[in-house]
Design a protein around this ligand. Structure first.
Ligand code: IPM
Ligand code: MN
Length: 378
């Protein structure tokens, strides 16, 4: 337990700042209700910041992230006239594939946030947008699993090698990174104590590096976790099973790019990206974020769904509670989740993505309603 928790908030681009404002509102309410002192420091960053200043973020920002007890991020990705831009004309970014996304990728890699933990959980009352209509397709309670995405390597290392007629981006998969992420997944399946099953999702029928990932998964699983079931799927087939049979899954683990894709796909079955969150977790640091992008076309309209940002704060509270053995934080996380669950099951104060344009509430109204529920719960 600590007297004060230092939280770095990175609002970023597009809808990032407005959804994070609602997330931080909930964090401040938790501080007030549970008498916990949060020292929150907001740091500007993202594509727009780079575009204007030709530097990722103010000098010393990475050191602040390093010193923080936890980091919470809005979204990154900047557009001008419908085109993603990173730099001013004539000023190319040194590593184009990281441009504008650097805070996300560099923090994940430099802070060694090796497990990207993405719950796929359908709350009661949530409707999905299918055929442009809002209906409930999947059963709440039957969609409840975790995607654990390796977060530091695979195709995300920023390396590209030019060849005469193109470029090669290597897929790097090492034993060290694989062992620790699969261990994280196995330990989570034990802690959850539900199906006690971990599914390895990859493209090992064709990609050699993925075959290695799967071998390490099997080795660690059979040696260290004989009490758990090991399950395997190729990513293409997995994409249809996760829609058809989400109840099969408990904990799913895969290489970085596979995890990126299947977590968005899974979000479809849990009400869409407006509700999907991710924790980037390492042994020393952690960063929490909604997994939707910066959605530039909705930016500044007070329209976007703040629930993913609020649930990111919720996940952060839970992680901090375990890390610092602070029961106040663990309980606060439970109450924030209950406040969100209540809002969703009442089905009234929700943004357009969950209730349709006509009945839609504003982003700030949804934040306000969660705050009210939280005060009621205590
Ligand atoms: C995510 C995002 C990022 C990723 C982008 C913004 C670089 O899609 O967090 O899933 O690919 O990891
Ligand atoms: Mn993604």
């Amino acid at each position: 337990m600590k007297d004060s928790y230092y939280i770095v908030a990175l609002p970023g681009d597009g809808i990032g700042p407005e959804v994070l404002t609602q997330g931080l509102r909930i964090l401040r309410t938790v501080g007030e209700l549970s008498a916990i002192n949060f020292r929150i420091e907001e740091i500007p960053c993202g594509g727009h910041y780079y575009f204007e200043h030709e530097i990722e973020w103010p000098e010393g920002s990475f050191e602040k992230c390093q010193a923080a007890d936890a980091i919470v991020l809005g979204a990154v990705g900047h557009e001008v006239d419908g085109k993603t831009v990173f730099t001013k004309p004539g000023k190319p970014y040194p590593e184009p594939q990281l441009a504008g996304f650097a805070q996300v990728i560099l923090n994940r890699q430099k802070l060694d946030l090796y497990a990207n933990v993405r719950p796929v959980k359908l709350y009661r009352g949530v409707k999905h947008k299918i055929h442009g209509e809002l209906k409930q397709v999947w059963d709440a309670g039957k969609v409840d699993y975790f995607v654990i995405r390796e977060n530091t390597e695979d195709a995300y290392t920023g390396e590209t090698n030019p060849i005469p007629d193109g470029r090669i981006t290597p897929i790097r998969i090492t034993r060290r990174a694989t062992v620790r992420v699969v261990r994280y997944a196995f330990n989570l399946a034990r802690r959850r104590n539900k199906q006690r099953k971990v599914t390895c999702v990859d493209k090992s029928n064709i990609i050699g590096a993925h075959r290695f990932f799967r071998e390490v998964f099997r080795e660690v699983g059979t040696r260290e976790f004989p009490d758990l079931k090991l399950d395997y799927a190729y990513v293409d087939a997995f994409c249809q099973w996760q829609i058809r049979n989400p109840e099969w899954y408990d904990v799913v683990v895969g290489p970085n790019l596979v995890g990126d894709i299947i977590s968005d796909n899974g979000a479809t079955t849990a009400g869409g990206l407006g509700l999907a969150v991710g924790g980037n977790i390492g042994d020393e640091h952690a960063m929490f974020e909604p997994i939707h992008g910066s959605a530039p076309k909705h930016a500044g309209k007070d329209k976007a769904n703040p629930l993913a940002a609020i649930l990111s704060v919720q996940m952060m509270l839970d992680w901090l509670g375990t890390r610092y053995d602070d029961e106040r934080l663990t309980q606060a996380a439970e109450r924030v989740e209950a406040a969100v669950e209540r809002l969703l099951s009442e089905g009234k104060t929700l943004t357009y993505d969950l209730i349709g344009e006509e009945k839609a509430s504003r982003c700030s109204e949804v934040g306000g309603a969660v705050e009210e529920n939280l005060r009621m719960i205590g």
